[in-house]
Design a protein around this ligand. Sequence first.
Ligand code: ZN
Length: 340
Amino acid sequence: MTRTTNGPQDEPPRRSRLLRTTTVAGAVVPLCLAGWLGWQAVADHGRDGTAPARAAEAAAPPSGSPAGSSPGAPPASPSAPLPASADAPNGTPDPTAPGTTAPGSASGAASSTASATALAGRTVLLDPGHNPGNAAHTTEINRQVDIGNARKECDTTGTSTNAGYSEAEFTLDVSRRARAILTARGATVVLVQDGDQSWGPCIDARAKAGTTAHADAAVSVHGDGGPPGGSGFHVIMPAKVVAGKADNAAIVAPSNRLGLLLRDSFRTVTGEPYADYIASQGLDTRSDLGGLNLSTVPKVFIECGNMRNSSDAKRMTDPQWRQQAAQGIADALTTFLTTR
Ligand code: ZN
């Protein structure tokens, strides 16, 4: 649905990383570079917010405040799948899949031992990137908001696979699956949006949601819209930003700890490699994301894969893989909240 012409790329690459990649890539440089230049033109337009302003109707705020506390989530076992997804006819995880037991890793230990009360009294904020309704509300999501050190679009349409599976669908599904796992471990889980708002919310509201929820930790779930030749996942941690309304100094260190745990857990559980077209060893640090600049609780982003890459797209459209992705996220949060 949302195509690259609308600039769905919301987490653009660092140029230095790209240049390193193209240098190494040797023979494929011309093709990759040509593709990337087109992609970058889109990316520069769409950092954390996209879609050109074309609609003329007046903006209206999203309905209500962040919603989705889910005390009534399925009473599944800690590693049980989420069976309710309409697009997951086969919700049973492959017992041979990497990470369902995840031996030998700290996050895997959390997966296999977390009890139904392991996270009792703890609150987790999950932030499903974008909103399936954003594409129909370009005026609203193009409104500029203050992220402390800059102003940028309220929200973006997000990217999609070539076949049209949208990032917004992906992020909501993975977040719901992670919520089910975390709830089964005793956590209170709040979703910034749960398919219950017509658009958004804006990135500043997504950050504020963590404060409002008194969250102990937050993860923003995304799928990247990178160059078709690039694949893999990466985690984005906050750089220290003290500017204007932003002051995230207090969350930088704990967010870095969460980011490392998430990087390790996600790779262990999903088998997805680190991104080969952006970041370094699956990690990036940025100061241009409102959701991190304005957060007052430990928070990271994860780009679970590159939806424009055919191999990643195949995985991301597989409900069983999405269950693994959710498991990786939930395990990292569990370890973060139960260890120091
Ligand atoms: Zn995104």
